[in-house]
Design a protein around this ligand. Structure first.
Ligand code: JFZ
Length: 451
């Protein structure tokens, strides 16, 4: 069927597959860290009789999702939390060291979430970190510390603000509303330019809160703003959640072109099939609890993901050319949750031994393996095994007459050579060539292993 092309004036501004060094680096990251930190870290999902919904709770939404026991003036109370924001244990260098040990190659950090509170001393809003007892520029501390560890920094920025009188959900109608919303747009632009100016090391923005009609209808403004941000900061990486075209199409414009440099819709879920992705760059952001991004005091009674769950998701992402970004929600003092510490260290131990199968690795064009996930790089094929065969023989089926054939196999961690045999026995010998890899007798590890 012939595809009809729609006229799109405010469509994609960048090519589908950028090949500049910033984007090549992005493609090679493999593993990233997300940090949600802000005033919501103080309540930690439950506070003074207020409790966000358990299970479905997104602790950073407590201002909106406060439970039935919330007092009348809860929102006003929340908006005063900044007066007690004084994270005594906050040590950006310690966070950055931990991220480095975990094996993260990039960080996405919340400069301002939906509550509107800026973690940097913004000239464009008084509702910022300078007004808190902490006073110091948290964004600067984080950007500097991570950059010093060689970890690239991306800034999370929520456009929508719950408590900004100039913000509105619907597109402005009256002249007064138009004027008010234009003020909000200018403010947003000023803050973004301010972030670029203050923190020139950053590699990109991770936008959020761009789904309301007010923003959707402001497409001439957002189009021009994206252009300006890119002009001011060559190489800047922006995901597909920043803006829409003039037909209201988000993520992809009306002709199906990705809006931005990578697909940003994979949030607490992963694509099931490589072909859906259509060659687009993407990342997936993931919580450890079911749906809490900000600090949650109490993880009991929730299924919180294990290190193995997360490793499997990492492999699922990288095997389909995506990055996997794991979220941390530090508490109001600046400490990570103890279970986050454990997971970071376990992931780090695994990455230390097996990172070669992740960093710079990409999709291997092979049928899905029942044992785990294939990745490939520079003539090497990696198989990360989550399901160990009981007979200790890993069977790899390659298309018959494939130009590339395996010549040797080894365990990635430690490099132990493994017996590899071309097998004459198989179900589909006309179409496939079978290779059997003998795992060491009694082979056991506590985590997935890579051949
Ligand atoms: C947003 C935020 O509301 C949330 O607090 C958190 O910061 C998360 C990373 O992003 O939540 C979203 C945004 C988009 C979708 C779902 C949740 N989405 O497109 O499916």
């Amino acid at each position: 069927q012939p595809k009809t092309q729609t006229t799109v004036k405010y469509g994609s501004l960048t090519p589908k597959h950028r090949t500049d060094s910033a984007m090549v680096n992005f493609r090679n990251y493999g593993l990233g860290q997300f940090i949600h930190w802000g005033l919501y870290a103080i309540p930690g999902n439950e506070w003074e009789g207020v409790s966000a919904r358990k299970g479905a709770a997104a602790s950073e939404w407590i201002r909106s999702w406060s439970g039935p026991t919330a007092p009348e003036n809860w929102k006003e109370t929340y908006d005063k939390l900044y007066q007690q924001f004084n994270p005594k244990a906050f040590d950006a260098k310690a966070w950055a060291r931990q991220a480095k040990e975990m094996g993260a190659k990039y960080l996405i950090f919340t400069t301002k979430h939906h509550d509107g509170f800026a973690l940097w001393p913004s000239r464009y809003s008084d509702y910022n970190i300078s007004a808190s007892p902490y006073k110091k520029d948290i964004v600067k501390e984080v950007v500097d510390a991570y950059t010093a560890e060689g970890i690239d920094v991306f800034l999370y920025f929520s456009v929508l603000e719950w408590n900004n009188p100039d913000y509105m959900l619907k597109a402005p109608q009256t002249e007064a509303e138009k004027k008010r919303f234009q003020r909000f747009l200018n403010y947003t632009k000023n803050q973004l330019l301010e972030l670029l100016q203050n923190y020139p090391q950053i590699k990109g923005f991770w936008f959020d809160g761009t789904w309301d009609q007010s923003w959707i209808q402001a497409y001439p403004f957002t189009y021009a703003l994206e252009k300006e941000l890119r002009d001011k900061h060559p190489g800047l990486i922006i995901g597909s959640r920043f803006r829409n075209d003039e037909h209201g199409k988000r993520h992809f414009d009306s002709n199906g072109n990705l809006l931005g440099d990578y697909e940003q819709g994979w949030e607490r879920k992963l694509p099931g099939d490589y072909s859906w992705l259509n060659g687009n760059d993407w990342d997936a952001v993931m919580t450890i609890p079911p749906n809490g991004w900000g600090y949650m005091k109490d993880w009991s009674g929730l299924y919180t993901k294990t290190t193995d769950d997360l490793l499997e998701m990492l492999l699922q992402a990288v095997s389909m050319n995506g990055n996997f970004v794991l979220n941390f929600g530090p508490d109001g003092q600046g400490n990570m949750h103890p279970e986050e510490d454990t997971i970071a260290s376990e992931l780090g131990q695994w990455m230390q031994k097996n990172g070669e199968a992740i960093y710079g690795a990409s999709h291997a064009d092979l049928p899905i393996s029942k044992y785990g996930y294939y990745t490939q790089k520079e003539g090497y094929l990696y198989l990360t095994v989550f399901n160990r065969p009981v007979n200790n023989i890993l069977r790899i089926a390659l298309p018959k007459n494939s130009k590339e054939v395996p010549v040797a196999a080894e365990l990635l961690a430690g490099g132990e050579p493994l017996l590899l045999k071309h097998s004459e026995i198989g179900l589909d010998l006309d179409k496939q060539a079978y290779y059997d890899i003998q795992l060491p007798r009694g082979f056991q590890t506590d985590r997935a292993f890579v051949v």
